[in-house]
Write a protein that binds this ligand. Structure first.
Ligand code: PDD
Length: 285
C-alpha cells in the first residue's frame, strides 16, 4: 500500500507529493509543525496539539490556512487512508510560496499545509522502554524562541546526530548556566533520590510538550511530588531515575547519561509507572 500525504487540499501518493521550490518552509524554515501520537487508530490529545499549533502560528504571524475543525478532518482522513493503528501524524504549515525575499511575502500568500501519518513499531518501542535509552549532553546553541514549534531544527538535527554517533538515542541540551533545558526532540525529567519528579518550567527555554502537560496530571494522580525547576547534568548523573517525554515516545526511561549509569542502570519504577498510566489521562479523538 502506498502512503498517502495531504498537500494543499489534495490527498496524493507520498512518492508524488511535492511542494514548490520557493516554499518558504524549504527556503527559510519559515513554518511550524506538530506531531501527534496515534493509538488504536485514535488521535491522542489533538485539541492540545491544535491549540499549540495556533499559538506557534500566531507567534510567527502566519495565518491559520483552514479552520481547526477542517484540519482535524484532514488529520483523521490521513490516519484512515494510511490505515495507521499505532503511529504518528505529522502536520506542517509554512508561510507559503513566494519569490525569495526574507521579509514576509504579500498578504495574499496562502500558507502551505502538509499532513502525513505513519505507523510506528509499537512492540519495538515497548522493548526499548523496557531497556531504557542512553542520552548525551550537548551545549544548547538554539535561538531564544524554542517555545515555538518551528521547523527550523538545525541545532536539534546536529544534537541528535551527535547522540547517534556516541551510541545514544537522545541528546540533552545544556544552557550556559549548566542547566539541562530539554532533549533534541523531547522534554527532560529526573527523579531525585527522595522521589521528587523534577522538570524544567515551561518558560521560553523549552517547548511546552503536550506529553509533559498531560504527565503533570498523571504525576498528581499518582500522588508523586513535582518540582518544576531547572536541574544540572551533574544532578541528573546522581538522580535515582531519568526519562524523556514526547508524542512519539510517551515516557521513555533514560538509563545512561554521558556514559554514567542512572540509578541502578535500569528503567525506574516512577518512569515505568508514568508510562503505563499515561493514556488513562490523555484524550482520544
Ligand atoms: N518532538 N521538545 C522538543 C524540542 C521537541 O521537539 C518535542 C517533540 C518535545 C515534546 O513535545 P510533545 O510532548 O508535545 O511531543 C519537546 C516531536 C515529537 C518531534 O519533533 O518529532
Amino acid at each position: 500500500m502506498s502512503r498517502i500525504a495531504y498537500v494543499n487540499g489534495r490527498y496524493l501518493p507520498a512518492r508524488s507529493a511535492t511542494v514548490h521550490i520557493e516554499d518558504r518552509g524549504y527556503q527559510f524554515s519559515d513554518g511550524v509543525y506538530e506531531v501527534c501520537e496515534v493509538r488504536g487508530g485514535a488521535i491522542v490529545d489533538q485539541q492540545r496539539h491544535m491549540a499549540r499549533l495556533e499559538r506557534s502560528l500566531a507567534e510567527l504571524r502566519i495565518r491559520m490556512p483552514m479552520s481547526a475543525g477542517a484540519l482535524a478532518v484532514v488529520m483523521r482522513e490521513c490516519v484512515r487512508r494510511n490505515r495507521v493503528r499505532e503511529g504518528i501524524i505529522y502536520l506542517q504549515i509554512t508561510r507559503g510560496v513566494a519569490r525569495r525575499d526574507h521579509a514576509f511575502p504579500p498578504t495574499a500568500t496562502v500558507p502551505s499545509v502538509v499532513v502525513t501519518a505513519r505507523g510506528l513499531d509499537f512492540a519495538g518501542n515497548e522493548r526499548t522502554a523496557a531497556e531504557g535509552i542512553a542520552v548525551v549532553t550537548v551545549p544548547d546553541n538554539r535561538w531564544e524562541r524554542v517555545d515555538i514549534k518551528s521547523i527550523s531544527l538545525l541545532p536539534n538535527v546536529l544534537a541528535k546526530q551527535a547522540a547517534r554517533e556516541q551510541g545514544a538515542k537522545e541528546a540533552w541540551f545544556v544552557d550556559s548556566d549548566g542547566q539541562v533545558t530539554e532533549g533534541s526532540s523531547s522534554n527532560a525529567w529526573i527523579v531525585t533520590k527522595d522521589g521528587k519528579v523534577v522538570t524544567r518550567p515551561a518558560d521560553r527555554g523549552i517547548l511546552r510538550g503536550i506529553t509533559r502537560t498531560v504527565l503533570l496530571d498523571v504525576i498528581k494522580a499518582q500522588g508523586l511530588e513535582l518540582e518544576e525547576r531547572a536541574f544540572t547534568a551533574e544532578e541528573a548523573y546522581g538522580a535515582r531515575e531519568a526519562f524523556v517525554t514526547s508524542a512519539s515516545q510517551i515516557v521513555m526511561p533514560v538509563v545512561r547519561i554521558d556514559d554514567r549509569p542512572v540509578g541502578n542502570g535500569a528503567p525506574g519504577l516512577v518512569a515505568t509507572t508514568l508510562r503505563a498510566e499515561f493514556h488513562r489521562h490523555a484524550e482520544l479523538s
